[in-house]
Design a protein around this ligand. Structure first.
Ligand code: ADP
Length: 270
């Protein structure tokens, strides 16, 4: 054994180790920064409705002898409370998705049921926006996952598609099943997304059009939830968009090959 070779190997290993440690520290710093930004953004987002509620409560106190005014302020308090509820709900979804636990709850999930529930949950929103909502494509696919998380993810895409679409347009939810994957595509004929925003819309609290998103009740968290939910299932989200033409968001999941039960096979044969 050549001692020079041993020492050269040892120093190369040492170099690799130092590099690994540096990489680890940098990653840790990045994660810390992400966490600090999240806390700062969350506090900022929560402050607005909380501030509005306390101002409106003061206004009610001083307008106590004017029932019409009181009713207006009270309904605005309800709206702000609803927004607070939506925000905290989304923040909780996101932190649950980012936590390390939960994977053990995975089960066999029928994509048809996920699509049916997500559409059903948004028919009222579609109707009141005057947007048509329809399902198309393949049926009968299964994935391994958490049905509630998938329903929330597809639901967020449908909600966005409706919000960013003009009255009279259509939103389609299509499924494409391949040997190894299931694709769920939500397409709209809405305002579309500029190239510069396309890579950033999945970031927490990022909105391509801040004012519009707030006006329409957006939190800037919907797509972040979609991304984390999909990653949790070993999948990915793709986006196609043309400003003024529309957008298509596609969730791609690994397909679960569910064997046809023995009894079903027997019935089929006869
Ligand atoms: P928000 O609650 O603001 O909709 P999201 O995280 O769901 O937050 O989306 C981030 C941003 O991406 C939105 O503010 C909007 O600018 C843009 N966006 C998302 N979906 C669509 C869509 N279907 N059409 C056009 N823009 C979209």
């Amino acid at each position: 054994l050549d001692p020079r070779l041993v020492s050269a190997r040892a120093s190369a290993l040492g170099g690799q180790l130092t590099l690994l440690i540096i990489r680890d520290v940098t990653e840790q710093e990045r994660l810390d920064q992400v966490r600090r930004d999240f806390v700062a953004n969350t506090s900022h987002e929560l402050k607005t409705p909380v501030g509005a509620v306390s101002l409106l409560a003061e206004a009610i106190e001083s307008a106590a002898d004017d029932p019409a005014q009181v009713r207006i302020f009270a309904s605005r308090i309800s709206a702000e409370a609803a927004r607070l509820g939506q925000l905290t709900g989304r923040i909780m979804s996101l932190s649950r998705l980012q936590a390390a636990d939960g994977i053990t709850d995975f089960d066999t999930v029928a994509i048809d049921e996920v699509i049916a529930s997500s559409i059903e949950g948004h028919t009222v929103q579609a109707d009141s926006a005057g947007v048509g909502l329809a399902r198309g494509g393949d049926r009968g696919a299964y994935v391994r996952g958490d049905a509630q998380i998938l329903i929330e993810a597809v639901g967020n895409l449908i909600a966005n598609a409706i919000v960013y679409s003009p009255k009279g347009s259509r939103v389609g939810v299509g499924v494409k099943v391949d040997a190894a994957t299931v694709e769920i595509a939500v397409s709209d004929q809405g305002i579309g997304i500029a190239d510069a925003d396309r890579d950033r819309i999945f970031e927490r609290f990022y909105r391509a059009d801040e004012a519009r998103s707030r006006r329409t009740g957006g939190t800037g968290l919907g797509l972040s939830i979609v991304k984390h939910a999909t990653q949790r299932h070993g999948g990915e989200v793709r986006v196609w968009s043309r400003p003024g033409r529309g957008s298509t968001f596609t969730i791609v999941l690994p397909r679960l090959d569910v064997p046809v039960p023995e009894t079903a096979r027997k019935i089929k044969k006869t």
